[in-house]
Design a protein around this ligand. Structure first.
Ligand code: HT7
Ligand code: ZN
Length: 853
């Protein structure tokens, strides 16, 4: 396995303008016939080298001439044809085995259905091709299969022909008029229930909307359909972008490596991001479905109409599309709460990635396995980079930039620089320094100082930018950082907002006419993906919690306060927490805020977020600190939490949004109350009377976290009720894996042997293994090293079954340097054992080498 470098990019030696595909579907021997118009690009005499993996080559024909094995070179990864011709028709017939394809890349079976996943480099597992995003062809696809088992035969574009064949077979032929790269190709064949609707675009096009789900799940697709229509309207209103084909199809499948895939006109979705009803799905599921449906829809412009020149440019489409889906979610729900959730993900996961052995810029420069770069950095930090452009240019400037981007590049495969140039040119803003965000990895630190002079009534704010090691950036490395601030007058509580642009190693801003030192709220709306090193007093943080105009800053001040005391408890487990914490959170509970926002204020910072802030943290000391802080707040606020809990529970006549907020607040109250003695009955009562999945899971989580006596019987009742509903059973496995109980390893072994557990199903594997490593830090990081051994054993199994899933699950092990030396050694032992595996996938190899070298 050799790495590839961004610096080595070269245009393709050949292009393919059209490809006609015929699939004769069969579980173990699908025949794929591909007819391509190939043309040499430029004046050279290089051979045509097509990508191909896991294929059986049946025949190759150039124009009318059948080639023999002497006419080409075949390897495990390529078919090389040393031709002198400049333009020709190439016909290639291959055979593939979808049934054995447990990696779920290329053509595979998901239950009874055939399904494809081609991004990033899966098309080469279907046929020999120039499998790179800058080769764009017009696809025509004919699918042939048995009509009884596969009544629906789907592919990209518009249906152009259907017909009956002998032997009970039928065919459907599709034509996609938009030239596209192979990663956007899709095929699905199966028997589904179909939810149909339509949408008339702002340009007057009537679009058929079709959602295909497993039989019996039709009513669970309503929310996805509504979300799709909202997304279509939002993109027209926000960016004047309308849909461009006559049909938009979504298929939900159970076996899928990621969330969903934006194939042109035929999105394939993990069923987790389509199916929902109030009985079986939580409020968070509803939110995520709306977001993922929108994300894939938005890709039709940012990704499909304008695509990436090469995979190093992945953030061109992903960062931008995540930014768009975040804005959409903010508009559909509470903007502040949605923003807080984005920031939680960054702080608890992306910051650690950016400090770990696989750290990379949002535009990576070196890649061994592309699947390893569908990361929080490319997606979430990438979206933050786009958001900073939006902040610097303003909404109008950004919209002009988007318009120019499409004017210049519609139908093309382009680079991140092309995007930034369009933004700069359209708005007349110099973004040359800003471009460094695309090539620097690591989370910048802002070091902040303040000074107040009562004589001159001047307040001064000094900010320097530093790297992770605490060294001030040299001028040539300085980033262009938008810092939104608000200065709150200590007496009146009135705030004034401003946008500062930090471009140098250190800058000072002076603000006049302050009678007393104002309190500064920094990084409004989290205006840049940075860490802030600024020692504000508890009192200042409390002022911000109540008075900052910016909702994000109000929330952030509370989180900072909580983190401060978690740090103290980690360093000194017997540290006695101050009553002032109770006083301020009591005020938060009394404030007349949006309940969903109050729930966020009461939520403790995540384990990963705090771990990221403490050098070589003892993870169990951190778990204990979280427990102690939770207990302290619960005991001190018991009366108010109880009142708030019952108040939320009794509320009736709420709108859907209000009910969601009220449930969030009620359930955070429950999570506190459940740590107190005698809370069992409250949890049991909620579990027994829950009218929706959000409340049921909140009760079960509380029982698991506190290892309450009713846990096992509640889990049995849940299992009996839901054993036929896979997405709900995923939740059951997750809760089973997060139980706070010393016999957890025996329980995990039993869960692995449960008849409904299958490691081949990514959702199921993640629901058990992924949940244990993220939701059960106490046992995952236990001193015996058993948690790490458990994970390494599962990764070893997955290495051969599904390398993508294995590679994602290894994340906490490769980030071993976050933890104390004892944990580091235990983790290293497992990393070395994995590195010694005989058939190590490229995915794991890349990460293990990064971690061990
Ligand atoms: N563009 C997609 C990325 C993707 C993917 C999706 C499903 C399975 C495997 C995949 N590999 C890469 C998803 C998205 O960002 O929209
Ligand atoms: Zn995407």
């Amino acid at each position: 396995f050799t790495p590839r470098y961004l610096a080595d990019y070269q245009v393709s030696a050949f292009t393919i303008s059209t490809i006609d595909l015929t699939f004769e579907l069969d579980d173990t021997a699908t025949k794929v016939t591909s007819v391509m118009s190939v043309k040499r690009q430029g004046s050279h005499k290089q051979a045509l080298v097509l990508d191909g993996e896991h294929l059986t080559l049946l025949s190759v024909k150039m124009d009318e001439c059948l080639l023999s094995a002497d006419d080409y070179f075949l390897s495990d990864t390529a078919l090389e044809i040393p031709t002198q011709a400049d333009e020709f028709l190439l016909t290639i017939v291959t055979e593939i085995n979808p049934q054995d394809n447990t990696a779920l890349e290329g053509l595979f079976k998901s239950g009874d259905a055939f399904c494809t996943q081609c991004e990033a480099e899966g098309f080469r597992r279907i046929t020999y091709y120039l499998d790179r995003p800058d080769v764009m062809a017009v696809f025509t696809t004919k699918v042939v299969a048995a009509k009884d088992k596969y009544p629906y035969l789907l592919s990209n574009g518009n249906k152009i022909a259907t017909g009956e064949l002998g032997d009970g077979k039928h065919f459907v032929q599709w034509h996609d008029p938009f030239p596209k790269p192979s990663y956007l190709f899709a095929l699905v064949a199966g028997d589904f229930d179909l939810l149909q609707d339509s949408y008339v675009t702002s340009e007057g096009r009537e679009v058929a909307l079709e959602i295909f789900v497993d039989k019996g799940n039709l009513s669970k697709a309503e929310h996805a359909m509504a979300s799709l229509k909202h997304a279509m309207a939002w993109d027209e209103e926000t960016f004047s972008l309308a849909y461009d084909l006559d049909i938009y199809m979504i298929v939900a499948v159970d076996f899928f490596n990621m969330g969903a895939m934006e194939n042109k006109g035929l999105n394939v979705f993990n069923s987790k991001y389509v199916l929902a009803d109030t009985e079986s799905a939580t409020d968070i599921d509803y939110f995520n479905i709306e977001a993922v449906i929108a994300h894939e829809y938005f890709h039709n412009w940012t990704g499909n109409r304008v695509t990436c020149r090469d995979w190093f440019q992945l953030s061109l489409k992903e960062g931008l599309t995540v930014f768009r889906d975040q804005e959409f979610s903010g508009d559909m729900n509470s903007k502040t709460v949605a923003r807080i959730q984005n920031v939680r993900v960054l702080r608890s996961q992306q910051f650690a990635e950016d400090a770990g052995p696989m750290a990379h810029p949002i535009r990576p420069e070196k890649v061994m396995e592309m699947n390893n770069f569908y990361t929080l950095t490319v997606y979430e930090k990438g979206a933050e980079v786009i958001r900073m452009i939006h902040t610097l240019l303003g909404g109008e400037g950004f919209a002009k930039g988007m318009a120019l981007y499409f004017e210049r590049f519609d139908g093309m495969a382009v680079t991140c620089d092309d995007f930034v140039n369009a933004m700069a040119d359209a708005s007349g803003t110099d973004l040359s320094q800003f471009k460094r965000w695309y090539s620097q990895s690591g989370t910048p630190h802002l070091k902040v100082r303040e000074a107040f002079d009562p004589e001159t009534s001047q307040y001064q704010l000094t900010i320097s930018q530093q790297n992770q090691a605490g060294e001030t950036f040299a001028a040539e490395d300085c980033l262009h950082i938008p810092v939104k601030i608000e200065l709150i007058d200590a007496d009146s509580g009135i705030g004034q907002g401003q946008l500062l642009e930090l471009t140098g190693p250190e800058q000072t801003w002076t603000f006049a006419h302050y009678q007393a030192k104002p309190v500064v709220a920094l990084l409004g709306d989290f205006s840049a993906p940075v860490k802030v090193d600024f020692e504000q007093t508890d009192l200042a943080l409390e002022v911000l919690m109540l008075a900052a105009r910016d909702g994000f800053c109000r929330w952030d001040a509370g989180q900072k306060l909580l983190c401060r005391y978690l740090h103290k408890l980690v360093a000194e487990p017997d540290y006695s927490l101050p009553e002032s914490l109770i006083t301020i959170f009591s005020k938060i509970l009394q404030a007349d805020s949006d309940p969903a926002f109050t729930a966020e204020q009461l939520t403790l910072p995540a384990f990963g977020e705090v771990a990221d802030q403490i050098h070589q943290v003892d993870p169990v000391a951190l778990v204990n600190a979280q427990k102690k802080l939770k207990h302290f707040l619960a005991a001190g606020l018991q009366q108010q939490l109880t009142a708030c809990y019952h108040n939320c529970r009794q509320k009736t006549g709420l709108s859907q949004q209000q009910a969601i907020g009220s449930r969030a607040l009620k359930n955070i109250c429950l999570s506190y109350l459940a740590v107190l003695p005698g809370a069992e009955s409250l949890v049991t009562d909620q579990f027994g009377n829950a009218a929706n999945m959000t409340d049921t899971l909140a009760a079960l989580n509380a029982a698991a976290f506190n290892n309450l006596a009713g846990f096992d019987s509640q889990m049995s009742a849940f299992e009996s009720k839901w054993h036929d509903t896979p997405l709900v059973m995923d939740k059951w496995f997750t809760i089973g894996a997060s139980l706070n109980s010393a016999d957890i390893f025996e329980r995990l072994e039993a869960l692995l042997k449960h008849p409904l557990f299958s490691i081949k199903n990514p959702n199921r594997a993640r629901s058990l293994i992924g949940a244990f490593i993220s939701a059960n830090p106490k046992y995952f990081h236990c001193q015996t090293g058993r948690g790490y051994r458990f994970l390494a054993e599962q990764i070893k199994r997955l290495n051969e079954i599904n390398p993508q899933v294995a590679s994602r699950l290894i994340t906490p092990l490769i980030q071993y340097k976050e933890y104390d030396l004892t944990r580091q050694e235990l983790m290293l032992e497992q990393l070395k054992a994995l590195r010694a595996l005989p058939q190590l996938s490229r995915d794991l190899l890349e990460k293990l080498d990064a971690a061990l070298n």
